[in-house]
Write a protein that binds this ligand. Structure first.
Ligand code: TXA
Ligand code: MG
Length: 340
């Protein structure tokens, strides 16, 4: 990226009502003109385009270097807009949307003809989500059309949870980033396929299987990406990766951890530990990050930690093994993918 290009990416704050309104107006004007805008959502930042404008959506693939067979989620504000994106709206979609929308759940449904093929990667289904973050909701209302938005990172890299993460990855490639603060959920939405019975989780998220099951009554849990045809390209293993090698280890105590670190053969200075329970005390403070043993707090913080490791040129990231409870499943999934 050269200086001139970097200068073309505007970053707008939203800290006061007036700034918020100005950012919404600017974002909506660019989106109406077919441009890309990075917007905050409660999960991760999204790179948005008018979902009804195939040419605008094509620019998303170019900016991210996204494989063209990977469909993009359509973001709506309200049930009426969601229903206009799909051909069928099953009773279960009513129940799930009542329970979890607006929020971090994407429903995959038969695509309406209004949605251009580039959004769905040529497929007959579309992923629809009503996000919770007030900024993207206001932008969708101002536009009057739904927004196609993948995570606002270069393809196969870690999703951004702050405007600064977006700028580092896409600065110079897009006109505007709206800064809506740190993403509250911190990992990507749960993707649930409602075109099969029972519905199938294509990508786990912080709305976990148990919560969905309570509403849907039955559920197929995630299938391995290697089995059968590609149900969702998001299940591709090379996804969500930091530049460093990442590994998840259990350790009983610091002696065991130190022995494993020594066995890695890497200089300690190139390793970062991310711990939540058995926190090593003997290592230098800047080698160890502590995130509370609380799934929501951990999800909110983990991508920022991984981004920081990338910036600092860390060679190996060692994450303390996660608790087995269902609320940790999506975080474990992302770490598994990041460790490949
Ligand atoms: O939380 C999120 O979902 C964020 C924010 C911006 O909303 N978006 C996001 O988008 O993570 P992306 O493109 O990075 O991931 C979308 C995932 C991909 O794994 C994609 O393959 C899957 O959803 N997906 C989208 N549409 C689909 C469809 N019609 N059928 C199956 N999978 C779909
Ligand atoms: Mg993504």
């Amino acid at each position: 990226m050269n200086r001139d290009q970097a200068a073309t990416t505007e970053i707008l704050p939203t800290d006061t009502p007036a700034l918020f309104d100005a950012a919404v107006a600017r974002a909506a004007a660019l989106l109406r003109a077919g441009e890309l805008v990075a917007l905050p959502t409660e999960t991760v930042y999204g790179l948005a385009a008018n979902a009804l404008d195939g040419a605008a959506v094509s620019r998303i693939f170019a900016a991210k270097g996204r494989p063209e067979q990977n469909p993009i989620i359509v973001h709506v504000d309200g049930l009426a807009m969601a229903r206009r994106c799909v051909r069928e709206w099953p009773a279960l979609a009513d129940k799930l949307s009542a329970a979890f929308w607006p929020g971090p759940l994407t429903l995959v449904l038969p695509r309406s003809e209004r949605i251009p093929a580039v959004v769905t990667a040529g497929g007959e289904t579309v992923g629809v989500r009503w996000p919770l973050h007030p900024l993207i909701r206001a932008v969708i209302r101002a536009c009057g059309f739904p927004l196609a938005a993948p995570s606002a990172n270069l393809s196969s890299r870690i999703s951004p949870t702050s405007a600064e993460h977006v700028r580092r990855g896409l600065g110079g490639k897009i006109r505007l980033i709206v800064d809506g603060g740190q993403s509250l959920v911190g990992i990507e939405s749960t993707v649930l396929d409602l075109t099969v019975t029972p519905p199938r989780i294509l990508r786990p998220g912080m709305i976990h299987a148990e919560s969905l099951l309570a509403v849907s009554g039955a559920l197929q849990t995630e299938v391995a990406a290697t089995e059968g045809p590609l149900r969702s390209p998001g299940l591709l293993t090379k996804h969500y990766s930091p530049k460093a090698r990442l590994t998840v280890w259990p350790w009983r105590d610091e002696t065991e951890l130190n022995a494993r670190l020594a066995a890695s053969g890497l200089p300690l200075a190139s390793i970062r530990i991310i711990a939540h329970t058995r926190i090593p005390a003997g290592l230098e403070a800047d080698r160890v990050s502590v995130i509370p043993r609380d799934a929501e707090a951990f999800a909110r913080a983990i991508y920022a930690e991984l981004h920081r490791c990338d910036e600092q040129g860390v060679a190996l990231i060692v994450v303390e093994a996660l608790p087995p409870e269902p609320e940790w499943a999506a975080i474990a999934d992302r770490l598994r993918r990041a460790s490949r």
